[in-house]
Design a protein around this ligand. Structure first.
Ligand code: DAH
Length: 344
């Protein structure tokens, strides 16, 4: 009897089933009323008294093992649906849901494309910058009040000598300085990038945002060239009906300086809450590169002149897509992001 139990233990231990029917056959074979284990149980009374204990324990072990194995196999079949019935294997697969480009990237790429067609190439610079390239070379003297116009984040602050400060760049104009110190004219670049300012976050301000700087330096570059390039850009970006106007302004690195408005893209210049009923919205700062900046960057201002401009990518995107809250751009809400599909 013991030998028979041993044999069944081995069998049960290695039993497998390919489907529910095979499993049921196993259950019947071992555990049903007329199954192998019950047959042994019935024989148990014939076991000599001195062996009853040992045989009884073995028999119980066998029964428990059979129940466990069958339950485990049953659970496996319950959890998997192997039926291919009704399944059309020739059907085309579901399309993979592609992501969309971020609206700021769409607009940035469109701006790069427009200026690219006008002969501008791309230049980039570091986001963690030294004071030299963000301020000093751009004609902000050490005690220049205009340094306060831009709320700077400091990485390493040097109280003795501010020109040794390491900061997060507050504008992409720093890339102008980087390009000019390495290249002689003709220079025609745009510099897209992220900038940082220590501002309280609200629907209209953020501690980081994106700018695109433009710089053109050559012989005989005039304000007329600047105006024409910016008009061309505005009309390509916002439509051929777009008008521009330049208002005198001040930046330490350009002289003369101006701010450019475009006729309000939303109301067409009629006046609406977006343009505060003026019909105009500001989109960028610009001017002729101050000769002192050219000289500081190693370009002879007696031979060369240049213009520069800097625009905010969020601002252009808000205008183009009527996004009212700047914070949407950095919250990664896919419901917002999925609204933007574009070739760019
Ligand atoms: N850097 C300026 C800012 O962040 C924008 C700007 C104004 C850039 C005039 C220029 C420029 O290149 O000529 O506010």
């Amino acid at each position: 009897m013991l030998a028979k139990i041993e044999e069944l233990l081995q069998e049960v231990n290695s039993m497998t089933a390919r489907n529910a029917e095979e499993l049921e056959a196993l259950r019947i074979k071992y555990l049903s009323k007329k199954g192998a284990i019950n047959a042994l149980m019935a024989d148990f009374r014939n076991v000599p008294a001195d062996q009853k204990k040992e045989v009884g324990m073995k028999l119980n072990e066998l029964k428990n093992l059979a129940q466990e194995r069958i339950a485990a196999l049953k659970e496996m079949f319950d959890n998997q649906d192997n039926s291919t019935e009704g399944l059309d294997l020739s059907r085309t697969a579901y399309p993979i849901d592609l992501g969309t480009r971020h609206p700021l990237s769409i607009v940035k790429n469109e701006i790069i494309d427009i200026f690219g067609r006008m002969g501008f190439s791309i230049a980039e610079g570091p986001e963690v910058e030294d004071d030299l390239h963000v301020f000093t070379m751009l004609n902000f003297a050490a005690d220049h009040p205009a340094r306060d116009m831009q709320d700077t984040f400091f990485v390493e602050s040097n109280t003795e000598d501010v020109t040794k400060n390491i900061i997060l760049r507050t504008h992409t104009s720093s890339v102008q300085a980087r390009v000019m110190e390495k290249t002689q004219p003709p220079i025609r670049v745009i510099c897209p990038g992220r900038v940082y300012r220590n501002e309280a976050i609200s629907y209209r301000a953020h501690c980081f945002f994106h700018q695109i700087e433009g710089l053109y330096v050559d012989k005989n570059v005039s304000f007329t060239d600047l105006k024409q390039v910016l008009l061309q850009f505005a009309q390509e970006m916002f439509g051929p009906q777009t008008k521009i106007r330049l208002r005198p302004s001040y930046f330490p690195f350009t002289e003369p300086s101006a701010e450019m408005d475009i006729s309000c893209h939303i109301c067409g210049g009629e006046g609406c809450p977006f343009c505060k009923y003026t019909g105009w919205v500001e989109i960028l700062g610009c001017g002729m590169v101050d000769p002192a900046v050219l000289d500081a960057c190693g370009i002879d201002s007696k031979i060369y002149s240049g213009y520069a401009f800097g625009l905010g990518v969020e601002r252009i995107t808000n205008l183009k897509y009527k996004v009212k809250d700047l914070r949407m751009f950095s919250e990664n809400d896919t419901r917002f992001l999925k609204e933007f599909e574009s070739a760019y």
